[in-house]
Design a protein around this ligand. Structure first.
Ligand code: NAP
Length: 259
């Protein structure tokens, strides 16, 4: 399918690896010029080189922490007029409610709620003025299906979800479409770390540990980042113009509900 977004310009935050990179790759395949961001400059440059060689699009890199004001400013200076914004960052640490003090809460709210909100605040005026824009926030299946030991993530991402629910409806009549994409378990470095720990704990191979984990997923396998990237690219496409303020769950059916 032609996504109709060739030569558009995108910012993809936290995109040297994992889900962010997969989204960047699918946008590049659709002919979108990219500004990609992550903290480790070397890994980020490698990612940019791969994208340029494979897809022939322009790729700018900004090595910075997107959860800081300076990091966001650097990204926006590199690409001041994006047509597409993908919000992404690392997730907060796990634990239980009694572990977290005010500083932990402020860090989680900053990283997973305020950072994407501040990015939207910066780019929405331009998108509204040009009468076209797409924003996809990478959140988590935990927004619908809370993970008990990820209370910081559950809460901060629900705050972002509430903001999007209202704002997306204010921006849609100007051609600016904002949605959230909710990953369930996907096989990125982050999840591979967890599978490795499961294998050690249970005294089984990594392959067996992955098969065990996949038993909780009706699709029968852990999510593929490439499939996630393709869904995100569709949400950024010309065809997604009537899809407003949705929370699109990509979890292989793990969340058991009728609707
Ligand atoms: P990943 O494989 O660890 O990749 C994370 C990417 O984000 C890397 O490129 C990393 O590069 C970059 N990054 C992290 N913190 C950053 C920051 N503060 N500023 C700029 N770049 C940053 O992780 P992932 O699995 O793709 O997860 C992406 C998001 O989806 C996370 O919020 C995660 O909690 C959420 N999620 C993932 C899953 C899953 O199963 N994979 C499920 C639910 C939710 P640097 O380290 O160099 O900065």
């Amino acid at each position: 399918m032609d996504l109709g977004i060739a030569d558009r310009r995108a910012i993809v935050c936290a995109a040297s690896k994992g889900l962010g990179y997969a989204v960047a790759e699918h946008l590049a395949a659709a002919g979108v010029h990219l500004t990609i961001n992550a903290r480790n400059a070397e890994v980020l440059q490698d990612a940019a080189d791969r994208l340029t060689i494979c897809y022939g699009v322009e790729v700018k890199v900004v090595a910075a922490d997107i959860t800081t004001r300076e990091g966001r400013q650097a990204v926006l200076e590199a690409e001041p007029a994006p047509d597409i914004l993908i919000n992404n960052a690392g997730g907060p640490p796990s634990g239980v409610w009694s572990d977290w003090d005010e500083a932990d809460w402020l860090a989680a709210i900053n990283g997973n709620m305020l950072t994407p909100i501040m990015m939207m605040k910066s780019v929405l005026p331009g998108m509204i003025g040009r009468k076209w824009g797409r924003v996809v926030n990478i959140t988590s299946a935990a927004v619908k299906n809370p993970i008990p030991d990820l209370g910081l993530s559950n809460a901060a991402r629900c705050g972002l979800t509430g903001f999007v629910a209202g704002t997306a409806r204010q921006a849609a009549s100007d051609g600016v479409i904002i949605n959230n994409l909710l990953p369930g378990m996907h096989k990125t470095d982050r999840l591979k770390g967890r599978i490795g720990k499961d294998a050690d704990r249970l005294g089984i191979s990594v392959e067996e540990a992955e098969r065990e984990l996949a038993k909780s997923v009706p699709a029968g396998h852990i999510g593929r980042p490439g499939d996630f990237g393709a869904t995100a690219a569709f949400l950024c496409s010309e065809h997604a113009g009537f899809m407003v303020a949705q929370n699109v769950l990509l979890d292989g059916g793990a969340f058991n509900s009728t609707m």
